[in-house]
Ligand binder design. Structure first.
Ligand code: SAM
Length: 243
């Protein structure tokens, strides 16, 4: 599967993180194409301004519709998902990343200043927020969303890594993990993980995953459909009050 990402931004240089690691490799292998479109190039005024004062007064400047409309019209994007970076939008999460990873083209609109003229919203399919805080611009938000999405494209992570057990993928937080050495500064790896007993390891991981989710993110459990085995473990955990 191949994905194309088009980024409308005033600061393409802010996306250098996409040159490295898994996303960089996906680009080099041809699984992912990333195109940058600096909408200042489409400003029609001599000074190349893309922002202006808000009607009705108020502080700050707003992005004008014309440069963004013209930039979007300059490349094919039929059937593309068009995401506006907006703190008021739907909050980005793992489920949304999974949804986006199935798309063949995604367009990111990165705002700046006080944000977008409202009419720019007529161009987009989704208004998306990274979280309940205000960033200087949409670039950092888009880079995070791209990273979380691209690693879910089939075969992008490679054979040595997987995302199925990652926190949020299953609906629970991931269980604790250990690597060598067996004892580090007096801290020992749990016996069960070295037993080679696959069924006991599976049960231990499930139990740890449930305990951690219950302790740190009980809100996730409220949305999660428990299997009979998980209900039983959870009941035991609550009885033992290990959480
Ligand atoms: N005046 C806007 C408001 O109160 O909602 C905030 C504008 S912010 C300084 C400039 C741009 O940064 C926004 O247009 C958006 O593209 C991006 N941005 C800021 N916070 C964001 C967030 N939490 N998620 C996604 N994008 C964000």
């Amino acid at each position: 599967m191949q994905m194309q990402i088009d980024i409308l931004t005033l600061f393409p240089e802010m996306f250098s993180s996409l040159d490295h690691s898994i996303v960089g490799r996906a680009r080099n292998s041809g699984k992912l194409t990333v195109n940058f479109h600096n909408f200042r190039d489409f400003a029609t005024n001599k000074q190349k301004h893309v922002d202006d004062m808000p009607y009705g007064g108020g502080q700050g400047m707003l992005l004008m519709p014309q440069p963004i409309f013209d930039t979007l019209a300059s490349f094919p994007h039929q059937n593309a998902r068009i995401l506006m970076m907006d703190p008021a939008g739907r909050q980005f999460d793992q489920a949304f990343a999974e949804e986006l990873s199935k798309e063949s083209q995604i367009v990111f609109l990165c705002g700046h200043y006080e944000g977008f003229d409202e009419r720019i919203k007529t161009l987009v399919t989704d208004e998306v927020s990274l979280g309940d805080y205000v960033l200087t611009g949409g670039e950092t938000a888009a880079a995070v969303m791209i990273d979380a999405t691209v690693r879910l494209i089939p075969d992008v992570l490679g054979k040595s890594a997987s995302h199925e057990d990652d926190s949020f993928s299953s609906g629970l937080l991931e269980y604790p993990q250990y690597t060598r050495p067996e004892v580090f500064r007096g801290l020992k790896v749990p016996e069960v993980l070295m037993s080679g007993h696959h069924e006991n390891i599976r049960k231990w991981r499930l139990s740890e995953s449930l305990a951690k989710t219950l302790r740190l993110r009980p809100d996730l459990l409220a949305k999660y459909e428990l299997t009979a085995e998980e209900s039983e473990i959870l009941k035991r955990l609550e009885e033992e009050s290990v959480v």
